[in-house]
Write a protein that binds this ligand. Sequence first.
Ligand SMILES: NC(=O)c1ccc[n+]([C@@H]2O[C@H](COP(=O)([O-])OP(=O)(O)OC[C@H]3O[C@@H](n4cnc5c(N)ncnc54)[C@H](OP(=O)(O)O)[C@@H]3O)[C@@H](O)[C@H]2O)c1
Length: 260
Amino acid sequence: MNVGIIGSGNIGSTAAQHFTDVGHEVMVSNSREPETLADLVDDLGANAQAGTPAEAAAFGEVVMEAIPFGAYEDLPTDVLADTIVISASNYYPLRDGAVPLEGQTHTELIADYLSDATVIKAFNTMYWEVLRDEGRPDADPEERLALFIAGDDREAKEIVTDLIDDIGFTAVDTGTLAKGGRHIEPGSPIYTAPMTANEARTRLAALKTVVAANERGYYEIPRNITASELAGELDMSQELLSEHLRRGTEQFVDQYLQEP
Ligand SMILES: NC(=O)c1ccc[n+]([C@@H]2O[C@H](COP(=O)([O-])OP(=O)(O)OC[C@H]3O[C@@H](n4cnc5c(N)ncnc54)[C@H](OP(=O)(O)O)[C@@H]3O)[C@@H](O)[C@H]2O)c1
């Protein structure tokens, strides 16, 4: 498959290396002249070339953007029409400046901007050195490390899932850009913690349950909903509900009690 990469720093170049290693053709790009990527192209080998962001966008059947979030309006909207775009960028206001989200998730904002592309959030939750070192194509998919994804298009998710599988990780689907996207933004208890696919599914289910319980007023005083009503609404046994709530609460507690 042809993969275009826009933003070829830590995360973009690491993903590019994995893709070329398994036989995909890659075009890398940054905000400067393609010649500035000559050393990277040498390292990536025969399956790689450099271009401008617009050339990488035109080249890729799938295009990954891995640029500073605040630069998202530099993405070549027209050329990315009808393309699957993997959005790996994360929004850190202190680093990226103020971006008015108006209640949207980070990736919904990018998807709105790239209105004719199909945007899938992926590769944003794994630290680049873990991505570089921990791919295990020969391992049982449930035992590989998870790469969380979110998106609104089933077929595009399948294509991205296959790419992730090719390079030795397992995609774990968190849901839509709106709901799943929120679960994998900075600050979430499952953000950047390396975990196997099996563990990732368990922790994601716990997180979703705690979020749903909160939305339905389970944590209000007095409670707006009983445990048994909540279990009914979420279509799960009370035993499973209490297991998810316990684990979900632990995740939040862990997040706040971590050593600095
Ligand atoms: N580092 C991680 O472990 C990690 C993990 C997951 C997600 N992320 C997210 O991925 C994004 C990239 O992170 P990174 O660590 O890879 O950053 P990085 O090493 O600084 O790389 C950023 C890349 O984007 C290019 N770039 C900057 N502005 C651009 C623009 N307007 N158009 C095209 N290319 C542009 C940079 O090259 P030039 O400046 O030369 O143009 C560079 O190649 C961030 O949003 C980050 O939050 C990072």
